[in-house]
Design a protein around this ligand. Structure first.
Ligand code: ZN
Length: 174
């Protein structure tokens, strides 16, 4: 994991003038990661980073289209990356930053991985507006209200800009 997290950390350490990275810095990395994915037509505008002790330990974006894998959501990609790099299936003490409120599958994946807290940008309603089915699945599964303490919303505006960019693109909706 050395090279990778070192590189990411250094890049925004510099941006923040040597200060400790702020939560906004992590979300900005997630947004850029998502942007990379939509520019390459790999999937939806969903990017994520896993953070431990102020360092990025995993990163990923939605790759449903490019991988032909309906389960390859941003959160799943970032969790797999972090677990591989840290050499463990237990991400206790790690937070996840994601450009959108997680779908039921990714919620469960965060819990299976023992992610401590989820920070998200766009809401599930925002995700519906750009054509995804998250809200429908969420209504079927229910129970999100009970998880309120597990989630914090932040930087919705910046994430909405990303969603708007995606919405204006020629794309495949899945
Ligand atoms: Zn998901």
């Amino acid at each position: 994991m050395g090279d990778f997290s070192e590189k990411i950390f250094t890049s925004y350490e510099k941006a923040a003038d040597g200060e400790e990275p702020a939560p906004e810095d992590f979300m900005n990395i997630a947004i850029n990661e998502a942007r990379k994915g939509i520019c390459n037509k790999e999937g939806g505008p969903f990017g994520c980073v896993v953070v431990k002790n102020g360092k990025v330990v995993g990163i990923g974006h939605n790759r449903v289209l490019i991988d032909n894998d309906s389960t390859m959501h941003g959160e799943i990609a970032a969790i797999r990356d972090a677990e591989k790099k840290l050499g463990t299936y237990d991400l206790s003490g790690c937070d996840i930053y994601t450009t959108a409120e997680p779908c039921p599958m990714c919620f469960a994946a965060c819990m299976w991985a023992n992610i401590s807290h989820i920070f998200y940008g766009c809401t599930i309603e925002d995700t519906s507006r750009i054509g995804f089915r998250d809200k429908r699945f969420d209504e079927l599964m229910g129970g999100r209200d009970k998880l309120a303490d597990y989630l914090t919303q932040m930087q919705r505006k910046a994430c909405l800009e990303l969603f708007n960019e995606y919405d204006a693109m020629e794309k495949t909706i899945y």
